[in-house]
Ligand binder design. Structure first.
Ligand code: SAM
Length: 377
């Protein structure tokens, strides 16, 4: 009887505390001396970016944001990429000429060129952020004369998986776990999708996706997007080998949310099983994404967690299963140039075996965001 009374009146440990305890145990090992700073940042207010809506008639918006001293970090990175490429090309030419001069056959340019030579950043996407250390907030966006909102506030690091996908004109694109739709909206901002399929298993979250598209995208463009609510794990069977680009932005432990919000927290005791099953679910979704891609198609896998179990481990297992069970070779694309291109805006972790990871930091409080790009042979 005593035990029963104790059980019903014992204070419940908040899920946020359980999450923090779990992260203290795992991330202090994984991130070592970097963990305390990442932890402090995750417990503070996160920074947002303002994704400019190219579909709104908002000529003045960019100027107004610049007056607030916000800058478009995507255009900055694109300029930086172009500048580096020019320098690299000059350097390659110089080496070629010096080889010719030294009696070589002139074709013997050293094979090792920097990944920057191939770096390209979609200049159609524009996202404003306040400078490092500036914790100003953006005002909520306002509608233009047709009722379309001028910008979308999101974790600016969420754009990196979209930029990594590098959508090219007329690409058939699949966003496998699309809701509530921040990345879908960013994919549409490229203006390059030949067709965009946006899917999310959750009906209620798919409604949010519809709402976002309605608030930001004109009807004629909206109607070109096919929105579905399938279980993404079955996609490979439904429409295999179809897409040039696939985004697999999986459900995860949403680390920042888990240490800050009790509501809908995956560390609630009653969700333990669901949490433990996440890596398996992520693996199944990534496999479906790989199978949905055409040969030579590209897949970006992303999470907003720091967990190696949900990040690199899932990617490694997917590559292995693709090879052994489906006879599909999958290559990991090098994204290390992202670290250089976006170093002014984000704080990157340099210790990932595969893919890139944005670490929250008090002076650049975006992320966590993990992303890894795969190419199907
Ligand atoms: N990409 C979204 C964005 O940028 O706004 C966020 C996606 S969120 C990290 C993960 C999504 O996966 C959730 O909306 C969830 O409903 C969805 N999801 C979970 N299990 C799924 C499944 N089996 N198939 C498809 N979607 C799933």
């Amino acid at each position: 009887l005593y035990k029963k009374k104790w059980a019903t009146t014992s204070p419940r440990i908040p899920a946020t505390r359980l999450a923090l305890h779990h992260f203290d145990t795992t991330y202090s090992l994984q991130l070592q001396e970097r963990w305390p700073a990442v932890r402090s940042a995750m417990l503070c207010e996160q920074k947002y970016g303002a994704l400019l809506n190219n579909f709104a008639s908002a000529d003045l918006i960019a100027q107004q944001l610049e007056l607030l001293s916000a800058t478009d970090f995507v255009s900055q990175a694109a300029r930086r990429a172009r500048c580096w490429q020019e320098n690299e090309s000059v350097e390659v030419e110089r080496r070629k000429t010096s080889l010719e001069g030294s009696g070589g056959d002139g074709m013997m340019v050293p094979a090792q060129t920097s990944p920057l030579l191939h770096a390209s950043v979609s200049s159609n996407i524009k996202c404003y952020t306040f400078p490092r250390g500036d914790i100003s907030r953006f005002h909520p966006a306002w509608p233009d004369s047709l009722g379309i909102l001028s910008y979308y506030l999101m974790d600016a690091a969420s754009l990196l998986p979209v930029l990594a996908l590098n959508v090219q004109p007329d690409d058939l694109v699949l966003d496998l776990c699309a809701a509530p739709g921040g990345k879908t909206l960013a994919l549409l901002q490229t203006g390059a999708c030949g067709h965009l399929a946006a899917n999310d298993v959750s009906i209620s979250r798919t409604k949010r996706l519809y709402h976002i598209l309605k608030s930001y995208v004109p009807k004629e463009i909206r109607e070109t997007v096919s929105i579905t609510s399938h279980d993404g794990r079955d996609w490979g069977e439904l429409q295999g080998g179809t897409f040039h680009k696939v985004l697999v932005d999986v459900p995860c432990t949403t680390d920042r949310h888990s240490v800050m919000e009790e509501e809908n927290n995956i560390f609630h005791k009653m969700r333990t099983k669901e949490r433990q099953m996440l890596p398996m679910m992520q693996l199944q979704l990534l496999m479906a994404g790989i199978l949905a891609a055409k040969p030579e198609g590209e897949v970006v896998y992303s999470t907003c967690s720091l967990s190696q179990l949900q990040n690199e481990h899932v990617v490694e297992r997917a590559i292995d299963i693709a090879e052994t069970q489906f006879n599909i070779t999958v290559h990991v694309e090098d994204l290390s140039h992202f670290r250089m291109l976006f170093q002014d805006t984000f704080c990157f972790f340099s210790g990932c075996r595969l893919g890139e990871l944005v670490l929250p930091h008090l002076t650049a409080n975006f992320g966590p965001m993990y992303f890894c790009k795969l190419r199907r042979a």
